[in-house]
Design a protein around this ligand. Structure first.
Ligand SMILES: O=C(O)CCC(=O)C(=O)O
Length: 422
């Protein structure tokens, strides 16, 4: 059922169901962890009253707390003529600098009739750790998730963070006021009208879901979606790559916790679901090959895009998967007995078996099925892919490294493209 609120109206399309995310009350850490491990969105509410311990960290932040923490400091806020804070450097969203107290006065008295909004968005809490005092409630964080980026979001009713996805897992903790959130599965990415691959914001949709004021038209999505209303004390788990649109229904204070998911969680299932969203980032100037990887198809042009973007976790691992798929395919074509040279398969943790792939490449060259240049290329691929897959956490490539990968992808297309065609 679409949300109903005194001011909020949500309309849907008859063929695209909207599901309300059910709130899970006082979940155990294990329950939260299960959603995180499965990269499934979830809405939790903590039972703050029952919290035990000498330090009851059970208070939610108020505007008064923020006024106290910022005292007489100044802040840089985003300014939007429409209320929508779209990430576009040359757009109407211009930053403004003002004393925090003046900004807090504005937030509490913002003129509802004017569409203009100011938003203290994505303010890094590390710059002012005192904001989260020892008695302030924090979400249960999964183990081994460092580094975590914490940000404060403080603004009046009517701020809109338009439809976009992030590459990090996210726990969005609502402290004050309510937010309406729309969430879309990454497998619908091809319908999200994302920015072009060369734009500064390829992760932001050009679809405007908020038609005016507090009217949300989900018919514009043309896909099924989830919606939720975050109330004070609620925590939303948003996995990496899930699209979301956020509108503040009241004066709102939120803190979000971003962390890079482990490589495996990045790729399975969310990233591959997104990559399987076929038409995204289609660039006719790039030779593009579709490669079957298990039940997914991967576009080598997309790898190229990722390498250009410096996204090592995706570019190199997909590259590794492509090499592995290539080896398996060649073996299939040649009907080589699996007992002597087994086709590489995914290992238990879902990553391609790079050691088996290296064995296959050696066998291919020794039998004269690929030349030494092709062999060298494949081994270079494996090196990049293995290194990246074994990295403790996804990291960004230097521009030099990205260029190496880009060149490898171009060579792969030229020298082995025919073999990769499905
Ligand atoms: O609360 C908002 O306005 C946006 C939050 C968001 O997009 C996020 O936490 O990723």
């Amino acid at each position: 059922m679409p949300a109903t609120d005194t001011r909020l109206t949500v309309t849907g399309a008859p063929n695209s169901p909207i599901a309300r995310l059910q709130k899970i009350v006082a979940p155990s850490p294990r329950e939260i962890q299960t959603f995180i491990d499965n990269a499934q969105p979830a809405l939790f509410t903590q039972n703050l009253e029952n919290k035990e311990g000498a330090h009851k960290a059970n208070r939610l932040l108020t505007t008064g707390d923020l006024r106290h923490a910022f005292s007489n400091q100044s802040v840089t806020v985003s300014v939007s003529k429409t209320g929508a804070f779209r990430y576009e450097p040359q757009s109407k969203t211009q930053p403004g600098h003002m004393p925090f107290s003046a900004f807090a006065d504005y937030v509490e008295n913002a003129n509802r009739l004017s569409a203009e909004r100011l938003y203290l968005s994505q303010f890094p809490i590390d710059a002012m750790p005192e904001i989260l005092g020892h008695d302030v409630a924090t979400p249960h964080m999964p183990k081994d998730t460092s580094p975590i980026t914490k940000n404060l979001w403080f603004g009046p009713a009517g701020t809109i963070s338009p439809l976009h996805f992030d590459r990090s897992h996210n726990l969005l903790h609502q402290h004050c006021g309510r937010k309406h959130i729309v969430i879309v599965d990454p497998s619908h990415t091809h319908l999200m009208k994302a920015g072009s691959k060369n734009s500064v914001s390829p992760h932001v949709s050009s679809l405007d879901l908020v038609t005016s004021g507090f009217n949300v038209d989900l018919g514009r999505l043309g896909t099924p979606c989830l919606e939720a209303i975050l109330e004070p004390g609620d925590i939303l788990f948003l996995p990496a790559f899930w699209w979301h649109n956020v509108i503040s229904l009241d004066v709102s204070i939120s803190v979000n916790y971003w962390w890079r998911p482990p490589l495996r969680a990045c790729l399975w299932p969310n990233f591959l679901r997104m990559v399987s969203s076929r038409t995204m980032y289609h660039d006719p100037s790039v030779i593009s090959q579709w490669v079957d990887i298990g039940s997914h198809k991967v576009d080598t042009a997309f790898c190229l895009f990722l390498a250009d973007e410096g996204q090592s976790f995706a570019a190199a691992s997909l590259a590794g998967a492509i090499v592995t798929a290539f080896c398996g395919k060649v073996l299939q074509i040649l009907a080589m007995p699996e007992s002597t040279d087994p086709a590489p398969e995914a290992t238990q943790d879902g990553l391609p078996d790079f050691v088996a792939a290296a064995t296959v490449i050696a066998a291919l060259v020794s039998q004269g099925l690929i030349n030494t240049s092709q062999c060298g290329l494949l081994l270079q691929w494996l090196e990049v892919a293995t290194e990246t897959a074994n990295a403790p956490e996804p990291c960004l490539y230097s521009s030099e490294r990205s260029k190496t990968i880009r060149d490898l992808i171009v060579r792969l297309n030229i020298e082995l493209g025919d073999c990769l065609l499905t």
